[in-house]
Design a protein around this ligand. Structure first.
Ligand code: NAP
Length: 283
């Protein structure tokens, strides 16, 4: 049996969609904390089990009889996020899971600016320490996050973001899901690390130029100071902890922590990955 955590999220649900084309639905266990969010797959034949990353007992129940686990990284940040992800690994070990596929960050470094990267590294260490065979997906930033960065640029023509000249090898989340399904349904991926990126890295100036060319609207990139982003986020009553997290993301992009490009995704998909230009054309 193959279980997926975060199964009702964007990545989890897309992965299940691809898996349903490859294996029998009874072999799929979707682990969620709110089964109402799986209404659309209620009659698909997959098993839906309830667990919370913060509740080890519920994870142990949900992972009974599971051979392979797709552990999708948590949403919680800081120590809480590390604890939740460690709980999943502990339960997997206790239930005799044979293989964990974990989605982390591309080319993670212990001194990374991005706080989530450090969180993912802590989980990778927990998985390695558990001795469970692993496959690590080192994901670059999802293309689908671009609207968060560019805001209303298509209306007023400016992308305001403190990323300097940092480049990002944006990757389609749907492509990642398909690649994950290939790994989960396939063999020979144990104890491998895959850097999952788009085929090219783009600065925000590049993104602005593509929008201009594809959308016929003049778009420019304005590199703002971190403090301006922090003030804007504060206006939306974002908690300080999350503002610090957002700034760590901007700093990481500026420092090229997401600029690495690798062709592993193309190998896993056996086709070219989705291009940023196509995504921006249809945004
Ligand atoms: N590379 C990137 O650009 C990028 C961007 C965003 C996120 N991420 C990471 O990639 C992961 C997957 O992305 P996504 O787009 O699928 O995110 P998503 O749509 O927000 O899905 C996150 C999933 O995690 C579940 N979850 C959160 N806290 C949980 C808990 N305590 N116990 C059990 N389940 C919990 C959510 O369940 P509920 O619906 O019940 O909350 C949801 O199913 C994210 O969780 C995040 O770590 C990466």
């Amino acid at each position: 049996m193959i279980a997926i955590t975060g199964a009702n999220g964007n990545l989890g649900k897309a992965t299940i969609g691809f898996l349903l084309k490859k294996i029998k639905p009874e072999q799929i266990v979707a682990i969620v904390r709110d089964p109402k969010k799986m209404e659309d797959l209620k009659n698909s034949g997959i098993q839906i089990r309830i667990a919370d990353y913060d509740d080890l007992e519920s994870l142990n129940e949900a992972l009974k009889g599971v051979d392979k686990l797709l552990q999708i990284s948590a949403i919680s940040i800081g120590d809480q996020g590390v604890k939740e992800e460690a709980n999943v690994v502990t339960a997997a070990k206790q239930q005799g899971v044979q293989h964990i596929v974990y989605t982390g960050a591309v080319k993670p470094k212990l001194d990374a600016y991005f706080m989530a990267t450090q969180q993912c590294l802590a989980t990778e260490k927990a998985i390695l320490d558990s001795g469970i065979p692993h496959t690590f997906f080192g994901n670059s930033l999802y293309m689908e996050t671009i609207p968060i960065f560019i805001g209303e640029a298509l209306e007023h023509g400016n992308i305001y973001y403190p990323a300097g000249n940092g480049a990002v090898s944006f990757v389609s989340r749907v492509d990642i899901a398909e690649a994950l399904s290939n790994v989960l349904a396939g063999n020979g991926h144990e104890n491998r690390r895959y850097e999952i990126t788009g085929s090219k890295a783009y600065t925000f100036k590049d993104v602005a130029a593509i929008l201009t060319a594809e959308r016929g609207i003049e778009v420019s990139y304005v590199n703002i100071p971190n403090v301006v982003l922090a003030e804007e986020l504060d206006k939306f009553q974002m908690p300080d902890e999350q503002i610090v997290w957002q700034l760590s993301l901007a700093d990481s992009i500026k420092a090229d922590e997401f600029s690495y490009v690798d062709d592993t995704l193309e190998e896993l998909l056996k086709r070219k990955p989705f291009e940023l230009k196509e995504y921006l054309r249809n945004l």
